[in-house]
Design a protein. Structure first.
Length: 724
């Protein structure tokens, strides 16, 4: 999505599009889109595309700091964390053919490499295509890089300062210890995914790394200090600008840092000139310059947020501050309140477009933690420059309570519900309409919009999962997760999908707090990867697992997380009787068979029959035709009401099993747009020939079923509005 276009449109929307502005807007969009298109064409049609899948030797210069990414689930496999960075390739050698070029690429390494920006190196790599639009290809290293030439003195000095600061902050435990390096120097390598998610949920993402606020604090502090030594205002501004340039080198001149510094410069100019018109002209020039220098900024949501926040401070903050002053607030307090409100007001439409969520407590939370940001930024910056470790460490200890306060507020505030709107034009329109009504003081229209959203929300709440649901198939992407309702906020869970956040959200929507039994059919990542999300939202009392402890890494991860939970590896013939709010229940394991010679992780899946009240369910894990054939040969397969189709509806099925089961409803848990072609058209057609109604999570979303087998699908519709 062209985020810069959204930001520009938003600014013009607030300015009410005066005469001639539409021409300027069209010209800006044409120039920006043309520049971006030319850059993308040059990357997509370069010589590297001819060597995809081949191993090459290359020389390059590092342009970004190597950072460790988080482990990911791809299909059934859990991919380990990898180190990645962007480099500018200068020479490629393939089959004794040497080509000189100047192309940005993404470099990935499974092992740690000691490289800093500015270092020239040589290595071998397997070349792969990539969806990342700002690079030409992905280079997966197959050898240890050899340094050709070192980085410049400035780059070595700043890298040394960053490394030393990171070591000093390691002594501070918890989220606060990881927040300080990110907030001071933009080093987010130690921040956990859960902490970043919490900060994003409550609207504090800008505090997880260097932002325009940090530059503003540094600039304001320097201006205040310089006033005691330097009389001429212009010289103070010049020295502050030089100091900010030095700060850019320290925190790395990444696109996000450059735009933060440019936006700070715009606000400083507004402060000096005292003219809103000059500041807006400067903002327009800054937007154009940044996009011309790096067209891919136009695709970056962070760029749009920076522009929108700066525009909000320039356009709305003075009006909001004047309003509060007219109500009796003093000037400084009015400005303190106006800045986060104005920035959030114009950022909200973009936040909705990015995440589909808006936290109503975002503004209060920003106000609560804002006083803690300045001490961390200033003391942290000084600590990064100090050569004496004891004094630097003392400064970090002094500001640690401020960082702890921010993380504590974020964790507590994350429990509040957020407003979820469609991640499309509809969500954008809802927020724009609300902003317009507020600016024009059309309170009746704003109230009408609120009432309509409330009606839609309660209508959806009643629609899914429904008051009498018995079984729910969670929408967890390319994976499996099923919940059987026992009543009183209890449920039996069969598999937990690949994504902990999606699994936690599903249990929260179903209001499941206690899990008497968790069944992990086998240890592929798309069935067990979301376990941490289950443990965050519910209490697990017992665990059934497959007897095959493979893949070893996923098995060990499960065991580490469930070490205090009673665990049993189950086989064919085991039976569990249980009680529920809806009548007695029974679970019978029909696979794996202890005497079977069939091998493979998928064929080690637990397959089981469940009856609860008057409905019956067959959950098949990922069993394949060899196991399915043995189950059919063993006989005694009853008719069932609900079938969870094996292996995401792949084509590799024994149709006789489904003919014997004669299910009324078939559920396929599958991710939208997956690269495996799941579900197979033949499998879906075969299920329908048996008389089953087929539902799939990639189209229908999360699915719930009640005692009368009525289906409720929580579809990803364009009008979806919810709290969660």
């Amino acid at each position: 999505m062209p985020w810069s276009a959204i930001a520009i449109l938003l600014i013009f929307f607030v300015l009410s599009v005066r005469k001639g502005a539409s021409v300027i807007l069209i010209c800006a969009l044409l120039i920006g889109s043309s520049t971006l298109a030319l850059r993308e064409l040059s990357l997509a049609h370069g010589p590297l595309r001819n060597w995809v899948g081949k191993e090459i030797s290359f020389s390059a210069v590092v342009t970004t700091d190597p950072t460790w990414g988080s482990a990911k689930v791809r299909g059934a496999q859990s991919l380990p964390a990898s180190l990645t960075f962007i480099a500018r390739v200068s020479e490629v050698t393939f089959q004794n053919r040497i080509i000189s070029l100047r192309t940005p690429v993404r470099v990935m390494s499974r092992a740690s490499v000691q490289l800093i920006p500015g270092t020239s190196f040589r290595a071998t790599a397997r070349l792969s295509s990539t969806r990342e639009r700002k690079v030409a290809a992905l280079f997966i290293l197959t050898s240890t890089p050899t340094v050709i030439s070192s980085a410049s003195v400035i780059q070595r000095t700043t890298s040394g300062l960053r490394h030393r600061f990171s070591q000093r902050s390691e002594d501070i435990a918890g989220d606060s210890g990881t927040l300080i390096p990110g907030l001071v120097l933009g080093d987010t390598s130690r921040e956990s995914a859960s902490f970043i998610s919490v900060m994003r949920r409550v609207g504090l993402t800008h505090l997880t790394a260097v932002s325009g606020e940090n530059f503003s604090i540094i600039a304001a502090t320097l201006l205040w200090i310089f006033q005691w030594f330097i009389r001429r205002h212009n010289i103070r501004i010049l020295l502050t600008a030089i100091a900010l340039i030095a700060f850019i080198f320290l925190v790395r001149p990444s696109p996000s840092v450059l735009r933060a510094s440019v936006m700070t410069g715009v606000l400083l100019m507004a402060k000096v000139k005292g003219s809103r018109a000059d500041a807006l002209a400067s903002l327009g020039f800054a937007i154009g310059l940044l996009i011309l220098l790096d067209p891919f900024q136009a695709l970056d949501a962070g760029f749009a947020l920076s522009v929108a926040a700066t525009a909000g401070i320039l356009l709305l903050a003075p009006k909001i501050s004047s309003h509060f002053q007219s109500k009796g607030f003093n000037e400084k307090l009015s400005d303190f309140i106006a800045i986060p409100i104005s920035a959030t007001a114009l950022c909200s439409p973009i936040i909705i477009a990015i995440s589909g969520q808006l936290s109503p407590i975002s503004i209060p939370v920003n106000l609560i933690v804002s006083l803690a940001v300045a001490p961390i930024t200033i003391c942290g910056f000084v600590a990064a420059l100090l050569p004496w470790d004891p004094l630097a460490h003392l400064l970090l200890v002094v500001v640690n309570p401020c960082a702890h306060w921010i993380s504590w507020v974020a964790r507590k505030s994350a429990d509040f519900p957020v407003l979820s709107l469609p991640r499309n034009v509809m969500g954008l329109a809802i927020i724009l309409f609300a902003i317009t009504c507020s600016l024009k003081r059309k309170w009746k229209l704003l109230l009408l919009e609120f009432l309509l959203m409330t009606l839609i929300f309660f209508g959806q709440t009643m629609a899914w999962p429904g008051p009498q649901w018995r079984l729910a198939n969670c929408d967890v992407g390319q994976g499996d997760a099923m919940v059987i309702n026992l009543g009183d906020h209890q449920g039996i869970v069969i598999d937990v999908g690949p994504d902990s956040a999606l699994m936690q959200r599903c249990l929260r929507d179903l209001k499941i707090k206690t899990i008497p039994l968790l069944v992990l059919t086998h240890f592929h990542a798309d069935h067990v990867g979301g376990l941490s999300g289950v443990l965050k939202g519910a209490i697990v009392k017992s665990l059934w697992i497959s007897p095959l402890a493979e893949p070893a890494a996923e098995y060990q991860s499960v065991m580490n997380q469930m070490k205090n939970v009673p665990t049993a590896a189950v086989h064919e013939g085991q039976i569990l009787n249980f009680s529920s709010e809806f009548g007695p229940g029974r679970i019978k394991i029909i696979w794996p068979s202890e005497g079977s010679q069939i091998s493979g992780i998928n064929n080690s899946s637990i397959a089981l029959f469940v009856t609860i009240g008057n409905i019956s369910i067959f959950a098949s894990g990922d069993i394949e035709p060899p196991a399915q054939e043995e189950i059919v040969a063993a006989g005694h397969i009853p008719d069932v009401d609900i079938l969870k189709v094996a292996h995401h509806g792949s084509a590799y099925q024994d149709s006789r099993l489904y003919q014997e089961l004669r299910a009324e409803v078939a559920l396929i848990s599958v991710g939208a747009g997956n690269s495996y072609g799941h579900p197979s058209r033949d499998t879906v057609a075969g299920l329908r020939r048996t008389g089953a109604r087929v539902f799939r999570t990639d189209i229908d979303g999360a699915i719930s079923i009640d005692a009368s087998l009525r289906i409720r699908a929580n579809k990803k519709a364009w009008w979806k509005i919810s709290w969660g």
